[in-house]
Design a protein. Structure first.
Length: 497
């Protein structure tokens, strides 16, 4: 759908009477962005005669997730208010569990996801009506979820607009009642999550089950104390015996996969360095707090916009964990043993396939650095480094092929002068990858060391300037002692007990 029309903005310019009202339409295509306002050079559509319209009044952008299409999810079309005089958004029918306000003052630099029929009032006379080519199919909650959501609906709303789904549950658009700001609300059904068997880091290799409830609670217990521009911000958590509702900031530029698609499938060395540098900033912060993410991949890297100056945000802490306490370990100092992560980006020791690390030794937080190396290779080449689709066993057993290639750690493709992508990549980013994709985990660069690599040093001034620009709108989250609330305590006499 990239490049194809996904919707329209119907332009309604009011005249002195109904017969004088003018109507026209602005097409919106997949994976594009454009401006509306009075500047004829910068804007796709202009209103030069209306001085209440700003030179750059609105930015419209569309995000597609074509790599993992989901039938119920329409393209995401966002509007960002850039105006001096303000823009008002009137929601049409997002079918929230509890009703939101009829009209929202967007506020400068604030971005909202549009729904079919939503109206953008940019002046007294000009209204833009968003019409989607593929109207969103609203998703119903369970009866229990509807009842639980009512307990906090005076503060937070959960709409029926779905942003994504997975084995854990679904992600919906959430709204803060007081500010009308949109968030992503991850609704986790605890009865739908399978028990994860985890090998215990002891000499007898006993196994114990990490219960789904404990696993999900660990995710928000990690996030609740994190405060960094490159880490997803937690807004609020409500939980019960059956469900968890996690409100997080809504990142409107899509994930790294859709960003790469927008950029043509791969990035040049300069563009890639700016993104990898921000990922390293986030990983350095986590590792200093003894937190391992354990599932770094393009799907879990979000972009604040489609611009080159976008802020890069690490998300999905479902597999993250605090490192084991030093005092509890002797021979296996702060090692982990559970099977987690995504094949194409996971270090081979996670699958006990690293010949340089005995299987009984588990793995360390350096698995995140291997993932950064694999991510960097994907960003620069547009493909996975350890995936051979021509291997005779690939279609029958892709896991065996991918893990096997990672265990060999053959990086000869980087020097292939005939490779369509790698022949265009310079020596510095290749050396960066080589110093991360190392079988001996203690030999991999740390995040701090990686940020001083020659790839970044050669452009350090411009990188720091761009980084400052990327995080300019970030504000530290205020400490909230009541960030996590038990729904059952909100209604002590309710059916939730």
């Amino acid at each position: 759908m990239a490049g194809q029309v996904v919707g329209w903005l119907q332009v309604v310019v009011a005249g002195d009477d109904a017969r004088a009202t003018q109507r026209s339409a602005i097409e919106i295509c997949g994976n594009e962005h454009f401006y509306l306002g009075r500047d004829a050079e910068l804007c796709r559509y202009t209103w030069c005669d209306d001085l209440t319209v700003s030179r750059l009044h609105l930015r419209i952008h569309c995000i597609l997730y074509e790599q993992d299409p989901i039938s119920n999810i329409a393209p995401f079309v966002y509007a960002t208010d850039l105006s001096a005089n303000g823009t008002y958004l009137k929601k049409c029918d997002s079918r929230p569990v509890a009703c939101q306000d009829d009209e929202i003052h967007m506020g400068r630099n604030n971005t909202f996801l549009l729904g079919h029929g939503d109206e953008l009032n940019i002046s007294d006379n000009i209204t833009l009506i968003y019409l989607s080519k593929s109207p969103v199919q609203a998703v119903d909650m369970t009866t229990t979820q509807k009842m639980e959501i009512q307990t906090f609906s005076s503060r937070y709303l959960v709409t029926a607009r779905m942003l994504g789904e997975g084995g854990y549950g679904k992600v919906f658009v959430g709204i803060v009642r007081e500010t009308q700001k949109q968030f992503a609300c991850k609704v986790v059904r605890l009865d739908k999550i399978s028990v994860n068997t985890v090998s215990s880091p002891t000499t007898d290799r006993d196994q114990h089950a990490l219960q789904p409830r404990d696993r999900c609670h660990r995710e928000f217990n990690i996030l609740k104390d994190l405060n960094h521009p490159n880490i997803i911000a937690l807004e609020k958590v409500f939980y019960s015996h059956d469900n968890i509702y996690i409100f997080q900031e809504l990142i409107t530029g899509g994930d790294l996969f859709s960003f790469l698609e927008f950029k043509g499938g791969r990035l040049d060395s300069t563009q890639a360095a700016a993104i990898v540098f921000q990922i390293l900033k986030g990983i350095e912060y986590l590792h200093k707090l003894d937190i391992a993410h354990r599932d770094l991949k393009p799907d879990n890297i979000l972009m604040s916009s489609l611009e080159d100056t976008a802020c890069v945000v690490i998300t999905d802490f479902g597999n993250a964990r605090f490192l084991p306490c030093k005092s509890n370990q002797t021979t296996n100092h702060q090692r982990m043993f559970s099977h987690v992560g995504t094949l194409e980006y996971a270090a081979p020791e996670i699958h006990r396939a690293n010949p340089a690390i005995p299987a009984q030794n588990g793995y360390s937080k350096s698995v995140d650095m291997w993932s950064v190396g694999s991510l960097t290779a994907t960003i620069l080449s547009g493909d996975h480094l350890f995936t051979d689709r021509n291997h005779p066993d690939y279609h029958m057993n892709p896991q065996s092929v991918i893990v096997g290639l990672a265990a060999i750690c053959d990086l000869s493709a980087l020097d292939d002068e005939h490779h369509p992508s790698w022949r265009l990549v310079g020596p510095h980013p290749k050396d960066f990858i080589r110093k991360l994709l190392v079988l001996k985990d203690e030999s991999r660069m740390t995040a701090t060391e990686a940020m001083t690599h020659s790839w970044f040093k050669s452009q350090s001034d411009s990188l720091e300037m761009q980084y400052a620009c990327s995080i300019a709108n970030w504000k530290p989250r205020n400490k909230d002692l009541h960030l996590v609330e038990d729904i059952r305590r909100l209604s002590p006499n309710s059916v939730f007990n």
